[in-house]
Ligand binder design. Structure first.
Ligand code: ADP
Ligand code: MG
Length: 256
């Protein structure tokens, strides 16, 4: 049975998409069968996987509003060796259209039932909001991976997300839990980052992943080549960190 995880944080630019794409590629590299779902109308995870968002016949939008079935939407990422349910700007319209539909928060969950046996991991790249799209991700998932930068305001934003996850757990999806916090874009030379990192460990304990993703320019360059960072330069520090994170996830799912 596939384990389904949302990569979520309502802040933009915190490394959700980079984490989703590189974790997908690193898990695939480790022999896992992976499906990446792009739930952000910006389509960055789609492009970062080497799939052209402008040339899609069907996208996640069509799946959510019932205009296409999953096999018609699914494409292969040659670059990453995983499958993708791609997105583009069409998905922005889904937000409004979903409100009118039956089981509006459960559209993605219902669609994923058919493929649960086909993958080991399903990773959902959420948009930077707590919207109907994110809600579909949270309702479909077993857990949430929260990438965060070790900054002064990081903890403040975290409580809104954790409260949303608690509400979804209580009302819509009893399976949902926080799997862990992933420290990303980390710069150990910055004292404040070290302090926030230590605070996170003190406060959240086991929920903080051991792997730490450093700030690494190779990870930022990779998307313009349409290749995940772990494939673009596998010797880079960023790639190695995401490989370590993938191994940690493979271990962690055994305990869930
Ligand atoms: P989000 O999906 O949360 O908006 P992204 O993954 O798109 O965030 O990251 C925001 C920007 O930061 C992108 O330009 C990305 O290339 C860059 N970035 C993400 N992680 C790293 C990292 N570890 N090192 C350097 N740049 C990074
Ligand atoms: Mg993103």
């Amino acid at each position: 049975m596939a384990r389904i995880f949302c990569i979520a944080n309502q802040k933009g630019g915190v490394g959700k998409t980079t984490t989703c794409v590189n974790l997908a590629a690193a898990l695939a590299e480790a022999g896992q069968r992976v499906l990446l779902i792009d739930l952000d109308p910006q389509g960055n995870a789609t492009m970062g996987s080497g799939v052209d968002k402008r040339a899609l016949e069907h996208s996640v939008y069509h799946l959510l509003v019932g205009l296409a079935e999953l096999p018609a939407v699914c494409v292969a990422s040659e670059a990453g060796k995983y499958d993708v349910l791609p997105a583009n700007r069409d998905l922005a319209g889904a937000e409004v259209e979903l409100v009118e539909l039956d089981r509006r928060e459960n559209r993605l969950r219902d669609a994923l039932r058919q493929v649960a046996d086909r993958y080991d991991f399903v990773l959902i790249d959420c948009p930077p909001s707590l919207s109907m799209l994110t809600l579909n991700g949270l309702c479909a998932a077993h857990g949430v991976i929260i990438p965060m930068q070790c900054e002064y305001y990081a903890l403040e934003g975290l409580s809104d997300l954790v409260n949303t996850i608690k509400k979804v757990h209580a009302n819509l999806n009893r399976d949902l839990k926080v799997i862990g916090l992933l420290r990303v874009m980390f710069d150990p030379r910055v004292t404040l980052q070290q302090q926030v990192s230590a605070q996170l460990e003190a406060h959240f304990g086991e929920k903080v992943f051991r792997a730490i993703v450093p700030r690494n320019v190779r990870l930022a360059e990779a998307p313009s080549h349409g290749v995940p960072g772990v494939v673009f330069d596998r010797a880079s520090k960023g790639a190695k960190a995401y490989m370590a994170f993938a191994n940690e996830m493979i271990e962690r799912v055994k305990t869930l």
